[in-house]
Each structure stands twice: as structure tokens, then as C-alpha cells.
Design a protein around this ligand. Sequence first.
Ligand SMILES: [Zn+2]
Length: 330
Amino acid sequence: MTVRITFLGTGGGRHTTMYQTRCTGGMLMEHGNPVHRLHIDPGPGALVQMNRIRYDLGKTESVIISHAHPDHYGDSPSVIEGMTRGGWKKRGHVYGSPTVITGEGGLGPCVSQYHQSLVEGVQVFRPGDVLNVDGMQVDICKAKHSDPTNVGFRFHTDAGIISYVSDTEFTEEIARQYIGSRVLILPVTTPHGNQIKFHLCTDTAIEFCRIVRPELCIFIHLGIVMIRQGPANEARYCQERSGVRTVAGEDRMVLEAGEILRLGQARAHSGEWYPRWSPRGPGRQPNRGSRATVVKQEKPAAADTEGPHRRRRHHRPGDQGPGAPPQMPT
Ligand SMILES: [Zn+2]
């Protein structure tokens, strides 16, 4: 069974995030049989990238958020609304650290009570916990970051352990948690010779790789100085010194992990698009006979080949109707 990870953003840090030099939308993981879809750290850019690859966010079943920094949670309210079909269908689970779910130490909460009420389950995690996310074991690992509740993850997939370390400073103890990982997804915010507090740079990424010895290391969470310096060169530098195959992530890059590890790129589309379950006007087919609303239909991406085709009931403004989501304060 192949596990697929689509990188919706490979930027990180406040400058890359505020400029969106690279997107910061986290990762979509498709795993299991039947396939389950998990969105990890849906920061800014996630929604735009999902639209570009024609991914129907109504298929997402779980959202996991490592900590209360915007590059990791910024798009999460709309991602949760998508997962719950606009808030009309109570479904899916949200997992997060204490700052994300309840707020702690002046940080968060990042997911509002309203959005928590839309899903089937909400779970707070701490280091040492073991989660069952749609049938997949996820180990919660310790990190050392400016949000002290931040954690990293070991995902036990059918293709081996794929780890996402999330933001952390390097310590040997933190790195040793990931021994046994086949793939190490590492947030390397700055290039070599440019260590900043609470994050990894290429030098500490090398130390990390020497301890974990994965089959593949992928650099993500690229800060603006790293991007200007050239992440591909930094990845090569890490590979030469650690002996671990290392690549620099790119937005919409796809990792397929089966017997072998394959890297590719998701097809990017332009033009307007919406999923099949999106609202239609009462009693008429969408877009028929109206030049102003003609939408260029494009072939859906591989991730969007099934999907429900259900008509929503119609509502007048102010008509909440049975089963309507609770009102969000405006
Ligand atoms: Zn952070």
C-alpha cells in the first residue's frame, strides 16, 4: 500500500509566511486502505494549493496541528469548515497541542470553540502520547520550541515510519526519538552557519540525520534567508556530510512511499474550480446560459476521483434549518 504525502507548502518562519514567498500550507497525507486523508499543520497557503491541485477538502478526515504559530495553523478554520462540508456535516477529528486546542501560557487557542463544535472529536496531545488517527498509530515526540507545547510526530504507515519533526532546536535526545524512521521530514529554517534559537539550520540538520539515519530526509519550513541562499544547495551540503539522501522540499511536491520512495510534483491547474458538493442555485444547473459565470472545468487531480455528489437543501438568508451549524459570531 502506497502512502502519499503532498507538500502544500515548504516555507516557514514569519517572513516567508507573511510574504508567501513559499506557501506554508503543511502536508496532506493519504494513507491506509481504504484511503484516509490527514492534513498536517494547515498554515497559510493550504487552501490556495488545494484549489490548484483540485483536492476536495471535503475528503479530509483529520487535521493535526503541532503548535500555536500561524505558519502551522493559519488556514485551519477554513480547512475544518471544508472537512465538515461547510459546517453542515459533523465529521472528522482535530488533534492539537494544548496551546492549539485550549490555549496555554498566553498562546492560543488557535481552533475556536465554534470550529471545535463542528467535528466529531477533538483531542489534545502531549509528548509520550500515542494516537490512533483513522487507524494509523501516531507517536507524539518531544520538541524544544518557543511554543513549549510543540511536538513532533512519528507516523506508523504501511510504508514504514514517516516522521515530521516540526519546529525544534537540536538536542541529541530529541533526534534519538526518530531513530527507525524511513523518511525524516525536517523543518530546516536557516542555512548552514546561521543557527537561530528554537529552530534547525543545515548544520544541526546534519547532526539530526547522522543520528536518525533515515532512507530520505526532506527539508521543509524554509525561512526567507534559507530560500535566498538556495535550499537545494543546502540539502546537497547535508547529504554530503551526513551520507543521508537529502532533498529540499518544493511546494506541491509529492512523496509516494511504497516499496521504493518516489518524488514527483502534483499537477497544478489554473482557473476557477469548486468541489462537486459546493452549493448550487435553486432549481437550475450551475453556469448554464450565463457567460458571466462560465467556469473552466478541468480534469480533477488523482486525489479527487471519487467524492460524493450530493445536493444541498436550499436555504433562505437567516433560515438556519434543521441540522444547521451553530452561528459563528461575526
Ligand atoms: Zn513554530
